[in-house]
Design a protein around this ligand. Structure first.
Ligand code: PBG
Length: 325
């Protein structure tokens, strides 16, 4: 009891604060999310995400080298394709010479020690902007899974290290794992977006990859209800059983309770995705002088570590890495 106990004693100096510090952010925690485009030349700003650009392949090569030099472990790539290449079934996702396979090869050539993570989902490639194939108004789960298997194989063949299904179809992790094993891609990791919520925080991303104008309806029949917590435990249990190596929570900061619940419950690495809307909010407030952007960026990233995340997918990765430098 006070005065014998004074919690301010250990806070009084920098050295003692550092000594009692419970969590720390390091460059090893950062995965850089980048948007690659087949139309940008060499870069094209994303209006809702100041500081984020759609990168051409040549700009991507430069970014990959920068990431490797900064010690960032991995890059997660998201494609923006010319609308003329989109169709109802997202066929372009299966093109072995498409943008994503080219981007994987570009990164591997420029920065051989950088991990490459690819989104498995059809939304950048469909005219309707959904992650799967429509049967009338309904996303057909099993027909979609068949396509996702092919998409994941195309990525693995191109040299992708980690396939990250973000589509939320049932059964896709097991199906993708089996296909990877059968095709000899036994070392390709699966990072499952296991707890992905139907969120308004993805707005700027949909502009970035060009699916916003296309999207008809919403994604509530496949992404999780923001009201639910227990359900994330079931999602993750299934995905681990099906062969996921790592799992993800998305969005990030508004869902730190989910990160904590999963990291307490399961002995697998749990990642958090600081999504486009979170990035946009911090940048918008900073641009108005309402918050200190760098400080809030670092505080938000540290919060993921405190919640138990093994790492964070973030558009801030290079900026944070430089500050950690
Ligand atoms: C969809 C996908 C989304 C994001 C990554 N993959 C959005 C969505 O579900 O519509 C969002 C990323 C972000 O907001 O930064 N496959």
């Amino acid at each position: 009891m006070y005065p014998n106990t004074r919690l301010r004693r250990t806070r009084q100096a920098d050295w003692s604060r550092r000594l009692v510090r419970e969590n720390a952010l390091s460059v090893n925690d950062l995965i850089w999310s980048v948007v690659v485009s087949d139309t940008a030349d060499p870069i094209e700003p994303v209006a809702a995400m100041p500081g984020v650009e759609r990168l051409s392949l040549s700009a991507l090569a430069k970014a990959a080298k920068e990431a490797q030099d900064l010690g960032i472990p991995a890059m997660a790539i998201f494609p923006h394709i010319d609308p003329s290449k989109k169709d109802d079934e997202g066929s372009e996702a299966l093109n072995r010479d498409g943008l994503v396979p080219q981007a994987i090869k570009t990164i591997k050539e420029a920065a051989p020690n950088l991990g490459v993570i690819c989104d498995v989902a059809l939304d950048p490639f469909t005219t309707h902007g959904h992650d799967g194939i429509l049967d009338g108004d309904v996303i057909d789960n099993d027909a979609t899974v068949d396509r996702l298997i092919e998409q994941a194989l195309v990525q693995a063949e191109a040299g992708c290290d980690v396939v990250a299904p973000s589509d939320m179809m049932d059964g896709r992790i097991g199906a993708i794992r089996e296909a990877l094993e059968n095709e000899g891609h036994i070392n390709t990791m699966i990072l499952s977006y296991a707890a992905k919520y139907a969120s308004g925080f993805y707005g700027p991303y949909r502009e970035a990859i060009g699916s916003a104008a296309a999207l008809k309806g919403d994604k509530q029949t496949y992404q999780m209800d923001p009201s639910n917590r227990d359900e994330c435990l079931r999602e993750v249990e299934l995905d681990i059983g099906e062969g996921a190596d790592m799992v993800m929570v998305k969005p990030g900061l508004p869902y730190l309770d989910i990160v904590r619940a999963l990291s307490d419950a399961f002995p697998v690495p749990v990642y958090a995705f600081q999504v486009s809307g979170e990035y946009a909010m911090i940048e918008a407030a900073a641009a108005n002088g309402w918050i200190d952007g760098d400080r809030v960026m670092m505080e938000s990233l540290l919060a993921f570590k405190r919640a138990g995340a093994a790492g964070i997918i973030t558009y801030f990765a290079p900026r944070a890495a430089k500050l950690l430098g």
